[in-house]
Design a protein around this ligand. Structure first.
Ligand code: ATP
Ligand code: MG
Length: 233
């Protein structure tokens, strides 16, 4: 469904991605992990066309995304949930949910689905996003990514900074969204959080993918965990 091949990207003179390759099959939930600053966010941004590609390619089905203007990429069915939520604090919950919808009305069925996952959002539709708790803001960010019924979701640390109970809620929701048919690429810091959710895991280090395996393969690859995840096993 999505194939990134030897992608190279830089911010100005600073090379950030080096020959990064990934393959995400339709229907899967794949984790992308690695330490701070290794290029996880940049990898997602490169798919969304938010950083220029120097060489290599990203294909979504048969379409090469390299060189497409960024506004066209969500329209192909890829939704992006950026790290740190990026909500509009002065807009209400409902107005934030509307943002990705280019024209027409909100799909009522999707809205109901979002409220089944997060009943709290339904109670707070007229509340300004900036006044929501951190957990509620994270729910809204997930909801906003779902609203266009994407084929694929790129989620950048949706559980970041949340207390364990909310980490569990978001993790279960991400899994449920995947089980309903949306393919997901999930960026996370912590292997433990996602090992029971994902079918496959990629590890990044210094701007490139250095490992690919199933969660159970990675669990037994203790040397890999120590080398790339700072985990003392
Ligand atoms: N806009 C930018 N301009 C210049 N350099 C950047 C920019 N954004 C990120 N970088 C650099 O690119 C590298 C990769 O950053 P990136 O945000 O992709 O890492 P990350 O793996 O998502 O880290 P984290 O786990 O902290 O979110 C870092 O060295 C970072 O300093
Ligand atoms: Mg990041």
């Amino acid at each position: 469904m999505l194939r990134m091949e030897k992608l190279n990207c830089s911010y100005g003179e600073c090379k950030v991605l080096h020959d990064t390759s990934l393959e995400i099959k339709e229907g899967s939930l794949i984790g992308l992990i690695g330490r701070n600053g290794v290029g996880k966010t940049t990898t997602l941004k490169s798919i969304m066309g938010l950083v220029p590609h120097r060489s290599g390619s990203v294909h979504f089905y048969e379409t090469n995304l390299s060189g497409l203007p960024p506004y066209k990429i969500p329209r192909m069915g890829i939704a992006y949930m950026p790290q740190g939520r990026h909500l509009f604090p002065k807009l209400t919950v409902m107005e934030n949910l509307r943002i990705p919808v280019v024209k027409g009305e909100l799909d009522k069925e999707v809205l109901e689905e979002i409220f089944v996952y997060f009943p709290r959002l339904k109670e707070r539709l007229k509340q300004k996003a900036g006044t929501l708790s951190g957990g509620e803001q994270q729910m809204l960010a997930v909801g906003r990514a779902l609203i266009t019924k994407p084929k694929m979701m790129l989620m950048d640390e949706p559980m970041e900074g949340l207390m364990p109970l909310l980490v569990k809620l978001i993790a279960e929701t991400v899994k449920a969204i995947n089980e309903k048919g949306t393919t997901i690429l999930l960026v996370e810091q912590n292997l433990k959080t996602i090992k029971n959710m994902c079918q496959g895991i990629y590890i990044m280090e210094k701007g490139t993918v250095v490992y690919e395996g199933t969660p159970s393969e990675l669990e037994s690859a203790i040397d890999i965990q120590e080398r790339y995840l700072s985990v003392k096993v």
